[in-house]
Design a protein around this ligand. Structure first.
Ligand SMILES: C=C(O[C@@H]1C=C(C(=O)O)C=C[C@H]1O)C(=O)O
Length: 372
């Protein structure tokens, strides 16, 4: 190989110390170049994020660089060795791009250290506000059902009434909800009792009409990955209650919230509702570490839907206590005047007597501000 002195000519000319000093200097130069490369790569990462490309890995680009490096390599290292070194550099660069990017997430506490406290018509959620209760039937079924439930809950100080007008049912033949009539009914009854109305929106085409009637838009677990819907509720100017997906990791859940914030809507309430595991004795498995982590990593309020997490009435009190103990900003619970005849979720909704027991059991925890 041209240009490189032979071992024999080198050994007697320079001492090992001398050579090592040169290696030390080369290390420093390499480090300077590596750091410079890292800075440029981080800028590429930032540009990709701004273009809405969350996946930064680009194998074609890496391959192109490796091919060029191979063609330029004149030794003494083999091309395989040089390529292995550069692959490590690409891997570290990708990590750098992605971790820098994560630090800049709008949901992150690193970007906004203080708690986001929502104030919806005087109802405060998050931060130093006492934990809130979101309660009401699974589905809006009739005027009588909504009227009875709202009157009962309002008398007990519940400020947020829930009720589904569009229902994401497992079977297409299950009750699909009352639609617009349900929206009108739910919002009227809530208003009459001085409550806020939260209801699920499942389709981008319905965001406008649901936002017209509801005070808070719910994105349900089955739609947590519906990125078009997340963007659309992000563009609406209503607070959003974002449930965690059935099998979503915490990271995926927080990225889903990021979709909403990235459209300019900062009013997001995260809702842990249990995840799908192998366990059969509960409908889902309540993930309390997700609540603690979401509180730690984000500035958003986090509430816990104990009804869907448990799928059975007998666990609601202990699960709600545990949720409040880890710092949840509220509890979501389904209440129906007659769960046995409800058109959905018969097994898990509380009747009025059950709700009274539930709220009595939690009363001391509900008075104080959420604590981590
Ligand atoms: C820096 C980039 O992102 C990643 C890192 C690369 C690198 O370190 O050279 C190359 C491709 C991507 O996997 C890029 O796309 O250019």
């Amino acid at each position: 190989m041209r240009g490189f002195p032979t071992l024999r000519s080198m050994t007697h000319q320079r001492s090992i110390e001398d050579l090592r000093a040169e290696v030390d200097q080369i290390n420093r130069d390499l480090l300077t170049l590596l750091s410079k490369r890292g800075e440029v790569v981080a800028q590429i990462g930032h540009a990709k994020t701004q273009e809405g490309r969350p996946n930064h890995y680009d194998p074609a680009r890496e391959d192109k660089q490796l091919k060029e490096i191979e063609s330029l390599n004149q030794g003494p290292f083999t091309s395989a060795a040089v390529k292995a070194i550069f692959k490590e550099i690409f891997k570290a660069s990708l990590d750098l791009e992605e971790s820098n990017d994560k630090k800049q997430l709008l949901v992150s506490r690193k970007v906004k250290s203080e708690d986001t406290v929502l104030d919806i018509d005087g109802v405060r959620i998050g931060g130093d506000a006492p934990p809130i209760i979101v309660a009401g039937p699974c589905s809006i079924e009739s005027e009588e059902q909504m009227e009875q439930t709202a009157a009962f809950l309002a008398a007990r100080g519940v400020k947020i009434l829930r009720g589904g007008a569009y229902k994401p049912r497992t079977s297409p033949y299950g009750f699909q909800g009352m639609g617009v009539d349900g929206l009108i009914l739910g919002s009227r009854v809530a208003k009459e009792h001085g409550m806020l109305f939260v209801t699920e929106v499942m389709d981008t085409r319905d965001v406008e009409i649901v936002a017209e009637h509801a005070d808070i838009l719910q994105v349900g677990a089955r739609n947590m990955h519906n990125f078009a819907l997340l963007r659309e509720v992000g563009r609406s100017r209503r607070p959003v209650l974002l449930k965690r997906g059935l099998s979503a990791t915490i990271e995926e859940w927080l990225y889903a919230a990021e979709y909403i914030l990235s459209e300019g809507n900062n009013e997001v309430i995260l809702c842990e509702r249990g995840i799908r595991t192998y366990e059969k004795w509960t409908r889902n498995t309540l993930d309390l570490s997700a609540v603690a982590l979401a509180k730690q990593e984000t500035h958003l309020p986090v509430i816990v839907d104990v009804t869907h997490a448990a799928g059975r009435r007998d666990l609601l009190i202990p699960l709600a206590k545990a949720a409040l103990a880890v710092g949840a900003d509220g509890i979501h619970v389904e209440v129906h005047p007659s769960p046995a005849t409800a058109l959905s979720d018969n097994e898990q909704q509380l009747d009025f007597a059950g709700y009274d027991k539930f709220s009595d059991a939690l009363s001391s925890l509900l008075r104080q501000p959420a604590s981590v």
